[in-house]
Ligand binder design. Structure first.
Ligand code: NAD
Length: 256
């Protein structure tokens, strides 16, 4: 008996096997959930399709979250194939490279809009669609954030603002959807070497710095985020909503 036997989960944000979303997928799959995947563009399909098929997934669809029609198509397919949904994983973020290296004050209007659209508004759009499929059965929505929302992390810049808005969105969505027994939570992960992380200037230094100062004296593994997501996706966390759970070896509690 798995914790998620019979549950249906849709995963947004796998780019390759290093993606945090993939580590989450493996944890949910091992617990018995049936998974559907999306990928952002043809280039990524080549990576995502074999991974998804390798764990028996039948729903593998394109979805650029800046395109409403692609979002609609994903949820229409989920409705016709599954009839409902239990778990939504949102593990998506993007900002222009220059906005992750120039001083924050240099952020252009277009760069600001892009980062907030892809990294923050997409959570609202996907949750709204998912909630319609969770109607009458309840559900769990999980997004990924980073401590750069709470404190200044050099070079994180506009993404810190996007994550602050994302965490506030988690609380507002949790409030809206609580009466339907749909829970909405975020995992604030410590630094993990992924494709998205490679876009942040000085990321290697972040890894060293975090491992040196975190109470557990190490970096985290993506699998540890996967296990935390399993907790938030399952009934083990039945009374937890609107929460930002730090999975960062304790780094966020240290002041000096
Ligand atoms: P990743 O590159 O593997 O995943 C990022 C995903 O965002 C990719 O799958 C990419 O296709 C997707 N994406 C970007 N633009 C998109 C768009 N327009 N439409 C649809 N999808 C789009 O990197 P990751 O580190 O696994 O990132 C997953 C999440 O975890 C992100 O929200 C990231 O901010 C967060 N996070 C990462 C770290 C870290 O250190 N890696 C730490 C904390 C939080």
């Amino acid at each position: 008996m798995g914790l998620l036997d019979g549950k249906k989960a849709v995963i947004f944000g796998v780019a390759n096997e290093r993606s945090i979303a993939w580590a989450i997928s493996e944890a949910l799959h091992a617990a018995g959930a049936e998974l559907g995947f999306t990928y952002a563009g043809e280039m990524l399909e080549k990576r995502v399709r074999p991974l998804a098929e390798g764990i028996g997934s039948k729903i593998i669809l394109p979805c650029d979250v800046t395109k409403d029609e692609e979002i609609k198509h994903v949820f229409q397919t989920l409705k016709s194939s599954w009839g409902g949904l239990d778990i939504l994983i949102h593990a998506i973020a993007f900002a222009n490279k220059e906005d992750l290296s120039n001083p924050y004050a240099q952020t252009s209007r277009a760069g600001f809009h892009l980062a907030l659209d892809v990294s923050t508004y997409s959570m609202v759009a996907l949750t709204r669609e998912a909630a319609a499929l969770m109607e009458g059965r309840g559900g769990s929505v999980i997004t990924l954030t980073y401590m750069g929302s709470e404190k200044v992390v050099p070079n994180y810049n506009v993404m810190g603002i996007a994550k602050a808005a994302l965490e506030a969105s988690v609380r507002y969505l949790a409030y809206d959807l609580g009466p339907k027994n749909i829970r909405v939570n975020a995992i604030s992960a410590g630094p993990v070497k992924t494709l998205a992380a490679a876009g942040i200037s000085g990321f290697k230094d972040m890894l060293h710095y975090a491992a040196e100062r975190a109470p557990l004296k190490r970096n985290i593994e993506a699998e540890e985020v996967g296990r935390a997501a399993l907790f938030l996706a399952s009934d083990l966390s039945a009374a937890v909503t609107g929460e930002v759970l730090h999975v960062d070896a304790g780094y966020n509690i240290v002041g000096m």
